[in-house]
Write a protein that binds this ligand. Structure first.
Ligand SMILES: [Cu+2]
Length: 361
């Protein structure tokens, strides 16, 4: 229902938002598109802002995120020390990328270098988006990445925006081990992202945590799915048996079927990391979004119990990579990239399967 989606980012709001970053207008063959502002920022790496999506050329842009970025990279070693917090202890620069050679460059043509060659943009086919036997649609996406030069390590921050309204965000760790080629010291890389949701506008956002509850006492196990409203600021732990996700909704946005439009944060992870640092005791945190609250290490202080239902909220998510004790020879010269991240997937933004079936346009 177009009227209810009329919380379009107005031209003046867009102009104000992009005054300090590089606006990107992405139009896909499907007719959908993104407006995204990108910037390479010392300490934070790639920062995306004013992220808006429209599902067709004549639909309004719907604001999803006002700001998305790393808020900490905690690197505790298995021996207990060192325990590096790369965003608060340091102010690492963003690396300059190169375009010179197809296989030896960060960002060869037809990729595009942006922001003094510190951000790489690529538009690409991501394979099968949806298929019903012989009827199939392949998807398109645009990727942006920048690399933080964290001493011996290089941290890749990548944001991928797809034509179906979904976003894939991931962090990659590569570079040289701290104590060189013979380094046998296992450690974790814990990446915490801060997502300032301004879904359909800054105010009126709510989050719930989805839970899949399996009843093993039935003769044939039964299950229920639900989403529990998060009413006050605080942290939540990801339970793999419950398939927890965080669903963010806006108080006004609905699709043409009258169903509430939402975005769902789906973890893409291989384990659960817990460390001494208090902010690492939870995988998700929900707080009121405040522009001066950007560092995850402060989360126990930020989360004071203020109401977060129907407010301007920030969602914080931590995913972890593990470099185990004892060296792999594949890591001897430089550690090949390991990735961790999450997906943001729309629910009831479209009225039916996007760009597919008899009503596809
Ligand atoms: Cu490592």
């Amino acid at each position: 229902m177009r009227e209810k989606l009329a919380l379009e980012s107005t031209k003046s709001a867009w102009d104000a938002a992009i005054s300090d970053c590089l606006p990107q207008d992405i139009a896909f063959a499907s007719g959908s598109g993104w407006r995204i502002c990108v910037k390479a920022v010392t300490r934070f790496g790639l920062v995306v802002s004013h992220v808006s999506f429209r599902k067709s050329p004549d639909a309004p842009f719907v604001l999803v995120l006002s700001d998305g970025r790393f808020s900490e990279i905690l690197v505790p070693y298995n021996k207990g020390t060192p325990r590096l917090m790369d965003l608060v202890f340091s102010s690492f620069p963003v690396l300059t990328l190169s375009a010179d050679s197809p296989l030896r460059s960060d960002c060869p043509a037809p990729h595009v270098l942006l922001d003094d060659k510190r951000i790489c943009r690529e538009v690409r086919d991501y394979g099968i988006a949806v298929k019903k036997d012989a009827e199939v649609r392949r998807g398109q996406e645009v990727s942006f990445f920048a690399v933080l030069d964290a001493d011996n390590y290089d941290y890749i921050s990548e944001w991928i925006f797809r034509d179906d309204g979904s976003i894939v965000t991931r962090a990659g760790a590569t570079g040289v081990k701290r104590d060189g080629p013979e380094d046998e010291n296992g450690h974790m890389h814990n990446f915490t992202w801060r997502l300032d949701f301004d879904f359909g506008g800054a105010d009126g956002d709510s989050a719930c945590v989805t839970r899949h509850i399996e009843n093993m006492n039935a003769a044939y196990s039964t299950a229920t799915d639900r989403c529990d409203l998060i009413e006050t600021e605080g942290g939540l732990q990801w339970n793999p048996a419950e398939f927890n996700t965080i669903v963010v909704s806006d108080s006004v946005l609905k699709n043409a079927r009258g169903r509430r439009t939402e975005y769902e944060l789906i973890p893409l992870r291989s384990g659960v990391a817990r460390h001494t640092e208090l902010f690492s005791r939870n995988d998700f945190w929900i707080t009121r979004a405040k522009p001066d609250e950007l560092l995850a290490v402060n989360l126990p202080d930020y989360a004071k119990g203020e109401p977060v239902a129907g407010e301007d909220i920030a969602v914080w998510y931590t995913g972890s990579l593990r470099h185990e004790d004892h060296m792999r020879d594949e890591d001897r010269d430089a550690v090949p990239v390991l990735w961790v991240g999450f997906e943001l997937r729309p629910r009831n933004l479209f009225d039916a399967t996007p760009f597919f079936g008899k009503d596809a346009r």
